[in-house]
Design a protein around this ligand. Structure first.
Ligand code: ZN
Length: 319
């Protein structure tokens, strides 16, 4: 009650002395303070009925038994026990556990998304006007989709969880759109040049070619969006979990090409400040993305379909 120390430090020559009293909440005897109770004598001696008080407070609570009821004393005792418990267990324990769980989850994500080889694998998606993926990479990314969907993210870092959910949504749409027109060629999955099946010189062929260009640009735009989503995850990790996360490696960039002069171009893509604030996620879903992709830092295509008056592809706002 007064937080006075009740055990005086031992000195070299003597044992420590207990200067407090072990007091009864319900008195030992029926006639004592708060002694009118159905508790048996045995129960009156249990720890649950005892409380350690300084001598002064022991006298005060027994002299003022109307004020210091069983309920009040039990409450004071419980509160003190909780405070000691809190003081003994560092408040960061649960958070520390979350940090460790996140480290494991992030390491799986890094492997499955081939983070270390990001520019490498995405360059096949952005290169030469025909998006391609190694079958191994495609399989890993498909597994990652499912894994992310099933994942339970520990508490404490909701920003990272949200950013990861944004990544998952982009990845799902990228794989879905890519797989709509992919075919096996060697150890790769390649975007099928389906316009080749149409009769040359016909409207059907021109339409199929447009459709192909639309498909390629959409896969490329989604690949850029996935790169933004990856940078967004890393920012969230740095902000809430680990300020040094991938600081040496820097942001994820992508390469496109080869262009007519055989050059490759590097693109640093990221959400701008306004796009980061969009709730619940910067990525708005596929239908909306087709409309807003023209407002991103880079994009290959515009329009929601080949019949959209805004439809166009290639080189729009590329550096
Ligand atoms: Zn006291």
């Amino acid at each position: 009650m007064c937080r006075r120390e009740l055990l005086v430090d031992e000195v070299t020559t003597d044992d420590p002395s207990l200067v407090g009293d072990i007091a009864h909440i319900v008195a030992e005897k029926e006639g004592g303070p708060r002694g009118n109770s159905p508790l048996t004598l045995e129960q009156r001696h249990l720890f649950s009925n005892l409380v350690l008080l300084c001598k002064e407070h022991h006298k005060i609570v027994d002299d003022n038994k109307e004020k210091y009821t069983v309920e009040l004393l039990t409450g004071i005792k419980n509160k003190h026990e909780m405070a000691v418990k809190d003081a003994l267990s560092p408040p960061d324990m649960a958070k520390q556990r979350s940090v460790e769980l996140y480290a494991d989850l992030l390491s799986h994500w890094e492997d499955a998304a081939e983070i270390e080889n990001w520019t490498g694998w995405t360059s096949y998606m952005l290169g030469s006007g025909q998006p391609r993926l190694f079958k191994d990479t495609a399989e890993q990314l498909e597994d990652l989709r499912t894994w992310l969907f099933n994942r339970i993210w520990p508490d404490h870092f909701p920003e990272v969880h949200q950013a990861m959910e944004n990544f998952r949504l982009v990845l799902s749409d990228l794989m879905r759109v890519f797989n709509n027109h992919s075919e096996t060629s060697g150890d790769m999955l390649s975007t099928q040049k389906f316009y080749c099946n149409a009769d040359p010189g016909t409207d059907a062929e021109r339409r199929a070619l447009k459709q192909y260009e639309f498909q390629v640009a959409l896969v490329q735009d989604l690949t850029l969006e996935l790169t933004r989503a990856t940078n967004f995850v890393c920012d969230a990790i740095r902000q809430s979990l680990d300020p040094s996360y991938r600081l040496n490696e820097g942001v994820f960039i992508v390469e496109s090409g080869p262009y007519m002069d055989l050059s490759w171009k590097r693109h640093r893509v990221a959400y701008d400040n306004d796009q980061r604030q969009v709730t619940p996620f910067p990525y708005p879903g596929l239908d909306k993305f087709k409309v807003i992709r023209k407002d991103r830092d880079y994009h290959w295509g515009e329009g929601t379909s080949i019949d959209d008056p805004e439809f166009r592809v290639g080189g729009v706002s590329l550096p």
